[in-house]
Design a protein around this ligand. Structure first.
Ligand code: SF4
Length: 357
């Protein structure tokens, strides 16, 4: 196949069937493309749409995002997961204001130098928002190219090199923005991970895996990644008279970095000693709520929430940057929470309201 034939046919298909209605394909700008590309990493389009619309209402441009508090940004991200993406968005907005006079940079290397932006995302911003020739290689494109060429490179680095070569060879000189969106759409709606719709695929005639009836074999699976397990207890210090629970801001790196959560105590620690040592509280009574599992890409976390009635020993801990009393009946107070913490707060709100005289 001539490399020029593939984009030509793909663009014809895109003109008729492309998803041009998506909100980030209206009023295209580097800012909107960047936000959508980051949200779309590991997340489906239908999930992203309401988040994108809300985000644009809260932070309609780079200045608004750079001036927001990190907690406000994380609050808008609550539920999308992979929170380092939100923290990097915020850092990048500030960096563009300070280092690039508020103008989105216009070269691949400069865009890639920004926090949280890799080569493929930088290329998508350049191609879609600035119509500059640059090749993307996201999960969709990898899958399509692997099948088109039945790629069976022996090593990960050889595979990476081959994929980038192919991605670049197909990138057209004209209409690069539309081509980039077209190949994304092909992966999202036709060349699906499982059960691709080959009968309706516009590039079927070029596809080696289809011609050899071997589509299910590509892309070749990476070695299975083992997912570890860990158990923890979330300590819910509850002040019934104030209808408050104690929250802590998590460290900036690691699971749920920078988000608000409950204090945690590992399953094998002595709970009473832990509460006394770290919080200055004597435990009067504990009630375990049902355990639940939260799965990250690399970890199954088994969480047992423990509601604790307590009395302070000596000086009560005061609020500071890292700890805060949270009124259960006052919504989320513009704080960022991971999805399971948000659900747990809602459960507690219902439970304690129900228990109130
Ligand atoms: Fe993907 Fe099937 Fe099209 Fe090949 S023919 S690119 S496997 S959808």
């Amino acid at each position: 196949m001539q490399p020029t034939q593939f984009p030509k046919i793909l663009l014809q298909w895109y003109d008729q069937q492309g998803r041009k209605h998506l909100p980030w394909r209206q009023d295209i700008s580097p800012y909107r493309v960047w936000i959508s590309e980051i949200m779309l990493q590991q997340t489906q389009v239908k999930t992203v749409i309401p988040y994108f619309l809300r985000f644009m209402t809260c932070f309609p441009n780079l200045n608004a995002l750079a001036e927001a508090a990190e907690d406000e940004v994380l609050a808008q991200w609550t539920g999308l997961g992979y929170y380092s993406r939100a923290r990097n968005l915020h850092k990048t907005a500030k960096k563009i204001i300070s280092d690039f006079q508020g103008e989105f940079p216009k070269t691949l290397l400069e865009i890639q130098s920004l926090p949280g932006i890799g080569r493929s995302t930088a290329a998508a911003i350049l191609a879609i928002a600035m119509n500059q020739k640059a090749a993307i290689l996201d999960g969709n494109v990898r899958r399509i190219l692997s099948r088109l060429h039945m790629l069976e490179e022996k090593t990960a680095s050889a595979m990476e090199k081959k994929l980038w070569e192919l991605a670049e060879s197909y990138s057209p000189d004209l209409r690069i923005g539309d081509y980039t969106q077209a190949i994304m759409d092909l992966g999202a709606s036709i060349c699906l991970r499982s059960r691709p719709l080959c009968q309706t695929c516009p590039v079927q005639v070029f596809c080696q895996a289809n011609q050899h009836n071997r589509v299910a074999e590509f892309p070749k699976p990476k070695n299975a990644i083992k997912v570890a397990s860990r158990s923890t207890r979330m300590l819910i210090f509850y002040q019934a008279d104030r209808h408050e629970v104690l929250l802590e801001k998590r460290p900036p790196v690691g699971i749920w970095g920078g988000l608000w959560s409950f204090p945690e105590c590992s399953a094998d620690e002595n709970l009473e000693e832990f509460c006394q040592k770290h919080y200055g509280y004597r435990v009067l009574q504990t009630d375990n709520m049902p355990e639940f599992k939260h799965t990250f890409s690399h970890l199954h976390l088994f969480i047992t929430p423990v509601v604790i009635a307590f009395t302070p020993l000596g000086n009560q801990i005061r609020e500071n940057d890292g700890r805060s009393w949270h009124k259960l009946n006052q919504g989320n107070q513009a704080r960022g929470f991971a999805a399971p913490i948000k659900r747990l707060l809602a459960d507690l709100r219902n439970l304690t309201t129900h228990l109130s005289p």
